[in-house]
Design a protein around this ligand. Structure first.
Ligand code: PBG
Length: 372
């Protein structure tokens, strides 16, 4: 394009842009009539034509040099599922590429991820039997506890072992806590069970327990139980701003959970219309002893991630959840978009918004392309 066309008020072309004298003042309002130029109206951006944003986008190396955000394999956490009664890995219909693992295949997958440089995994269990209390969650012989022991034995400290701490996979009604006689979720009764789960997971080898049930006071209850047992070393990643989201759909297939009587989690998870409320949630969790906090889901909540990163000094995690993965995979399978490119764009946006840690079902795939 002919840059002279954009000279302020029709002044002479000041010569090559790099040699032009500094001109900090904005272009004077033109006394002349609007330009009939086919290029359209005068560009209003201050600084043009001295300032040209495209200069730093010219080559891949320039773009790399000025990139503000880089997702690395160090940022990633891989969610994994282990099923108690499986004798072979079972594909998860709505999470293509993911399976309900046996303990053996889980250990093999964790090794593969560790070799790719993924520093952490988040483990979910699918028990063979469910009951009203979800007792499999704290059974020392429960599926997650057994799997943690095997992972620790196989991997040593090569990977951070995180365990999702909740009851919904273990209760026959599918809620994240114990029910009161009226069918509601009893917050305070549930806290005592969460404390048991934390102790069982810690004893089995978890580095990090991650309470995801959105009960009030859950972080304090868990921190207290761990400290009383002398487990000051076990960290808490709190699902702090967790919204009641339709994007968890595929996850429910992954863990065989359906909520009784067509229920939902709106009585304990956050309402997606609310933003300020998330700030209170994350501040409360840090005050209760959370070492890290999580925002979940991720892409539809970038404002919440940004608010959280601005409000806190602790590491901020974001969970790019099952539905976010499934949407990309489904469209990619149809050839409607480039799956790996969208995956990278999504996790980069999540990091750009302020997340330090990203849980994503793309962890393995990204690690393979990002390099360790
Ligand atoms: C609860 C839990 C859920 C997810 C992680 N932990 C489901 C829920 O709250 O209903 C969802 C994760 C995903 O969708 O990927 N144990």
């Amino acid at each position: 394009m002919d840059r002279a066309r954009f000279s302020p008020a029709g002044t002479a072309n000041p010569g090559p842009v790099g040699l032009s004298p500094p001109n900090p003042s904005p272009p004077n309002p033109s006394p002349s009539p609007p330009s009939p130029s086919p290029a359209g109206p005068r560009v209003a951006a201050p600084g043009f034509p001295q300032r040209r944003m495209r200069r730093l986008r010219r080559t891949p190396a320039l773009r790399r040099l000025v990139a503000e955000t880089a997702v690395t394999v160090d940022d990633l956490v891989a969610p994994l599922f282990v099923r108690e009664d499986a004798d072979q890995p079972l594909p998860i219909r709505s999470l293509p590429g993911h399976v309900q693992h046996t303990v053996t295949s889980l250990v093999a997958e964790a090794r593969r991820l560790a070799d790719l440089g993924v520093p952490a995994l988040m483990l979910f269990g699918v028990p063979a039997r469910k009951d009203a209390e979800g007792s499999g969650a704290w059974d020392p012989d429960g599926v997650v506890q057994r799997a943690l022991g095997e992972l620790r034995g196989a991997l040593g400290e090569r990977m951070v072992l995180m365990a999702d701490l909740c009851l919904d996979e273990y209760t026959d009604h599918g809620h994240c806590g114990l029910l009161d006689p009226a069918g509601g979720v009893d917050n305070d009764l549930t806290l005592e069970r969460y404390a048991r789960v934390a102790l069982a997971q810690a004893a089995a080898g978890a580095d990090v327990v991650a309470p995801s049930g959105m009960m009030d006071g859950q972080v304090a209850a868990i921190r207290g139980a761990l400290d009383d047992a002398g487990r000051h070393d076990v960290a808490i990643l709190a699902y702090a701003a967790k919204y009641a989201s339709a994007l968890y759909g595929p996850f429910r297939d992954a863990v065989d959970v359906s909520i009784a009587d067509g229920g939902d989690r709106c009585g304990y998870q956050q309402d997606f219309r609310n933003r300020r409320e998330a700030r209170t949630e994350v501040l409360l969790d840090v005050a209760e002893g959370a070492d890290m906090v999580m925002v979940k889901p991720a892409l539809a909540y970038l404002d919440v991630i940004a608010d959280t990163a601005a409000a806190l000094d602790v590491p901020v995690a974001a969970y790019h959840v099952s539905g976010e993965y499934a949407m990309v995979q489904a469209a990619a399978e149809r050839g409607w978009l480039d799956g790996p490119a969208v995956a990278l764009e999504h996790v980069t946006a999540i990091k750009r918004a302020g997340a330090d840690i990203i849980l994503t079902y793309f962890a393995g795939q990204l690690a393979a392309t990002l390099g360790a």
